[in-house]
Design a protein around this ligand. Structure first.
Ligand SMILES: Nc1ncnc2c1ncn2[C@@H]1O[C@H](COP(=O)(O)OP(=O)(O)OP(=O)(O)O)[C@@H](O)[C@H]1O
Ligand SMILES: [Mg+2]
Length: 241
């Protein structure tokens, strides 16, 4: 059967497999065990996100937003259900395959993934390239273009502690774009930032969306981000509204 999904500027149709989205979650549940209790973080999530779509995930604290992002990015497996990312069901992957999948397809901007404090901005951004054995000259070229894109030219030799919170967040975004990924996931990228820094980040995501042509999913409480997104997905109590 033919399925059609409209995402922002484009329509994607796939007649071959019935899977027409960059990301598709089918009947996904996620339970966490905590001191003998079971916490139900996600319940029966069915969701399709198309290629190049820009999605904002919103909802109260504890509603399952970060859990959803971690499942899409292969950092957590669902307790049940299927998670198709670029047509592969990553819910069935073992640890090694999940790690390879993350390295190849996903860029993460998570608050818990801090920059390495003893590495400079330049070294932090090219870290994924070092792991992938990319030549130093190519890494340096890529860093230069990313620094320009995030508006931090001349900051290559700074250490994270010499940067503002917003600048750190921009460097984290540049690092996530190093390869560049097919899917960029960001968890509260403007959390803890003042208005000015937060506006910088919003503009940067607009640029990324326009220039990189990748799928972007952002967990946010920021209205500006929710407004520039193609779609806002609302979670409450582990369920989609
Ligand atoms: N590793 C874990 N072990 C046990 N419970 C967890 C774990 N991670 C999340 N939870 C629980 O799952 C539920 C959803 O958590 P999640 O972090 O996804 O919420 P959230 O919407 O991102 O919240 P916030 O806006 O505060 O970041 C919460 O009840 C939380 O306590
Ligand atoms: Mg969270």
């Amino acid at each position: 059967m033919s399925t059609t999904i409209t995402a922002g500027h484009q329509t994607i149709t796939d007649n071959t497999r019935g899977i027409s989205a960059a990301i598709e979650l089918k009947n996904v549940n996620k339970n966490y065990k905590f001191h003998g209790d079971t916490v139900c973080a996600l319940q029966d999530i069915n969701l399709a996100i198309s290629e190049r779509e820009f999605v904002a995930i919103t909802g109260p604290s504890g509603s399952g937003k970060s859990t959803l992002l971690q499942i899409v990015g292969g950092l957590e497996r669902p307790s049940s259900g299927k998670v198709f990312v670029t047509s592969k069901n990553i819910a069935t992957y073992h640890d090694g395959a999940l790690a390879a999948f993350r390295g190849k397809e996903i860029g993460f901007v998570f608050q818990s993934f801090y920059l390495q404090p003893f590495l400079t901005v330049e070294q932090n951004i090219q870290l994924p390239g070092i792991f992938a054995h990319i030549r130093p000259k190519d890494r340096a070229d890529r860093v230069r273009s990313l620094l320009q894109q995030i508006g931090l030219e001349g900051y290559d030799k700074h250490l994270p502690r010499q940067l503002s919170g917003g600048q750190i967040q921009r460097v984290a975004i540049a690092r996530a774009l190093f390869h560049p990924p097919k899917i960029l996931l960001a968890d509260e990228p403007t959390g803890n930032l003042d208005q000015e820094n937060s506006t910088h980040i919003v503009r940067l995501f607009q640029t990324i969306r326009a220039e990189f042509g990748i799928t972007v999913i952002i967990v946010t409480h920021n209205n500006e981000i929710a407004q520039i997104a193609d779609r806002e997905i609302k979670l409450n109590n582990g369920r989609l509204l």
